[in-house]
Design a protein around this ligand. Structure first.
Ligand SMILES: Cc1cc2nc3c(=O)[nH]c(=O)nc-3n(C[C@H](O)[C@H](O)[C@H](O)COP(=O)(O)O)c2cc1C
Length: 330
């Protein structure tokens, strides 16, 4: 069993990565239904939370059926981080995660996200500010370092653990790499094998199949795996990996009916959460992923992303179901 504070997770848990514009409640509900053991919100700006920005507020929505669930915040100012931790605590997540890994310019320019990797003292102060203002377990997600000449994840891990961080998720890339090249898990393994480190270490980066999950589990010895992009439009990845780790056998691929059901549920749950109009518009970006690689699907994809009415959309799903009832996935 893996423990984060008092949260008990199964042996070798599979985590859904925080992903902006993706890891919202309807998507998380699908991932939970398909085996995710711990999930995170999209990252939320600490300054946005304090300003009471609507976009930041909405990202705080969590539901009991998705527990354990963490809310992720980012920022470069100690006071703002402490205040936002209090706001987050009020919605009662199971933990607060801090993002020190986001590479995008608009975040880094403000001295937040991966920028904090350039100043470990600041990272420690920001993290301590959060820990001191909440009773919830605090975890961190970060990268290996700013660039290949400044990989500092070993020191980061020790110093964060020393001030009370309860788990660390490491994306095996530097900020400079963005999403290019391959994630290098050897650095993650070194942190995990450091005898000083007792908090759980979760590996992240490029896991996209049961085989790779097994290979990386054995090779790098991490406490669990965090999965991001491979779950987009494919929440089945979690149970596929679990089944393979347990039995050495692959589950059958999700059928067309499974994919239609997932996309339909995604739409329904998005409408339940945000109302019909917004739910319909916000689910559009996901359809391509659920129906990836299907021959001659263009017409249906087009209709899914242009139909405005809920009943009409459900009819499009029914039609897809009829037309593709025998479709075989390779
Ligand atoms: C669309 C998208 C949005 C992301 N947003 C966040 C975020 O809000 N917070 C965060 O810590 N990482 C974010 N990430 C990084 C992922 O959590 C993860 O570290 C990265 O995608 C590598 O894992 P993967 O190879 O399994 O996708 C995002 C990644 C993507 C693709």
């Amino acid at each position: 069993m893996v423990k984060i504070g008092n949260i008990e997770l199964p042996e070798f848990p599979l985590l859904l990565a925080p992903m902006e514009d993706v890891s919202d409640p309807p998507f998380r509900r699908l991932c939970k239904a398909h085996g995710a053991d711990l999930m995170f919100s999209e990252f939320i700006s600490s300054e946005g939370l304090i300003r009471d920005a609507i976009k930041s507020r909405q990202k705080l929505d969590i539901f009991d059926y998705e527990r354990p669930v963490g809310i992720q915040i980012f920022g470069g100012d100690e006071e703002a981080m402490a205040m936002s931790a209090k706001i987050v605590e009020a919605v009662n997540p199971d933990l607060i995660d801090i993002n020190f890994g986001c590479p995008v310019k608009k975040v880094v320019c403000k001295g937040a996200g991966a920028a904090v990797l350039k100043d470990i003292d600041l990272m420690v102060r920001l993290t301590k500010a959060v820990i001191d203002s909440t009773n919830l377990p605090v975890t961190v997600k970060t990268r290996l370092g700013w660039d290949e000449n400044s990989i500092n994840i070993d020191e980061v891990a020790e110093r964060l653990q020393d001030i009370g961080v309860k788990a660390l998720s490491i994306h095996g890339r530097t900020r400079a790499q963005l999403y290019k090249g391959e994630a290098d898990w050897s650095h993650i393994a070194r942190v995990k094998n450091n005898p000083r480190i007792t908090m759980p270490i979760f590996g992240n980066g490029d896991i996209d199949s049961p085989e790779k999950a097994l290979e990386y589990k054995n090779k790098y010895g991490v406490d669990g795996i965090m999965i991001g992009r491979a779950a987009i439009g494919y929440p089945w990845i979690f149970n596929e990996i679990k089944h393979f780790l347990k039995t050495g056998e692959k589950l059958p691929l999700p059928t067309m009916q499974d994919r239609i059901e997932a996309a339909r549920n995604h739409l329904t749950w998005a409408m339940d959460w945000k109302g019909d109009k917004l739910g319909i518009v916000e689910t559009r970006r996901h359809y391509t992923n659920y129906f990836k690689g299907i021959a001659n699907f263009k017409e249906y994809r087009q209709r899914l992303v242009t139909t405005d009415g809920k009943e009409e959309l459900y009819k499009v799903f029914d039609e897809i179901s009829d037309v593709y009832s025998d479709y075989e996935f390779a």
